[in-house]
Design a protein around this ligand. Sequence first.
Ligand SMILES: Nc1ncnc2c1ncn2[C@@H]1O[C@H](COP(=O)(O)OP(=O)(O)OP(=O)(O)O)[C@@H](O)[C@H]1O
Length: 274
Amino acid sequence: MAPQEKRYPSLVEAPGPAPLIELEKVSVHFASQDGARVTALQSLNLQIRSGEIMSLVGPSGCGKSTTLRLIAGLQQPSEGMLTIHGGAKRKGFSEVAIVFQRPTLLPWLDVLSNVLYPARVLSRRLGAEQKARAMDLLDLVGLADAASKRPRELSGGMQQRVAICRSLILDPKILLMDEPFGALDALTREDLQLDLLRIHAETGKTILLVTHSISEAVLLSDRVAVMSARPGRLQELHVIDIAKPRSHHTPSDPKFVSHAQQIRDEIFEPRKEN
Ligand SMILES: Nc1ncnc2c1ncn2[C@@H]1O[C@H](COP(=O)(O)OP(=O)(O)OP(=O)(O)O)[C@@H](O)[C@H]1O
């Protein structure tokens, strides 16, 4: 098969060079329990291009999840501007989907029904097209044979794969992932990382990933945004110029080692702002 050829045409997203998501001087302030003001983000500027995988890394509490919540529409900026496709309003439920650390599947539904659940909530009657799409997604992560199983019959990694399929059923433009592999053992985590790369290659989705793992960020991303300690702002942006397709051999690539080391230095020895 030629590298660009897609096996699942129904899942393909058209790529585009323009920024799909733009945060311009975005600040977010919260009121803490004692009434004090907590500034989670301070004048954050960030552009995410259509079709790229970008990771957000940075010290705990620097505002990574807050950034994801802003893009998901679950949080409003206190100051600044967030646009998607150049507009301040979302175009519908299906524009953005989120995958969290825990899969939170519905235990009484089988795998196929779990994947189809968001589509069922939106329209009570499911068409053959949606079912075919769900099966394509399950096939893409190697779970087509598990379509009629219940969540309790699946391992943690399989459940998270189902959650990823569910997030893609409404064909979102943007997939937001908050530590999606953080609860998995190391080997399963590596498997799912490669699954995500395959999903991205097949669908061309725009993916924004929050991770505490520098190597995961370098392995998966086109660009890695390093955020400063709270109040979070963009500290550095790395273009990860490592050839694709990437694999479990990629971490031994000298470019991988160099990017990971630089990012580690930026997080643990940040340059002082004047
Ligand atoms: N609803 C809230 N009310 C008050 N403070 C909040 C709220 N949500 C987040 N914060 C604060 O904002 C800051 C950023 O939180 P956020 O969860 O975005 O950070 P993070 O980088 O994702 O952290 P971690 O890496 O530990 O998950 C933290 O200091 C947090 O305590």
